[in-house]
Design a protein around this ligand. Sequence first.
Ligand SMILES: [Cu+2]
Length: 170
Amino acid sequence: MMRSRTSARRVLAAAASAAVSLLGLAAAASADVTVESAWIAEMPPGATTAAGFATFVNTGAEDVAIVAADSACCERIEFHEMQMADGVARMRPRPALEIPAGESLSLAATGTHLMLIRPQPLQAGERVTIRFASESGQELAVEFEVRARKRDAAGAAPPGGAHHHHHAQE
Ligand SMILES: [Cu+2]
C-alpha cells in the first residue's frame, strides 16, 4: 500500500516537471519570430486610418499567434482581412495573426493588414514602433517605415493602400 502510494507520488512529480519544461519550450519558441519588410502606407489628408504591412517569419518549432498590437502613434491597432463580397472589397477584423511553425505570414500578399485607428499624421520617411504580443505572452517591438502609398518598390499599388476602406460595421 505504502509502496504504491510512493510510486504514484513520483509519477505525479515527474508529470509536473514535464509540464514545466513544455511551457519553457513554448515561451522560447515564440521568441523565434522575426519581422521583415515592415511598412505603413502614408495617409492621404483627412484619413482616420492607416494600413500597415509586414512579413512575420516563424523559425521556431511552435505555432505562434500574435494577439495584440499597440503603438504610441495611434489610438489602437486592429488586425483586418480583406474579403470580396459582391465585387466590393470589405475589411473584417480578425482576432489574431497566426504564423505556423517554420512558415511565414506576409500581410501585404494575403490582404490581411494592420489597421492603425486614428493615427497621428504619418508622412513618408517617418518611423513608427509597433509592439506585438503573442498568445504565450512574448513581446516583439518592430520599427515600421512610412512609405508613399502610390507605388511600392515593384511599382505596383500596395494592397490595402489602393482600395477604399469600407469597414464592415458590426
Ligand atoms: Cu483595414
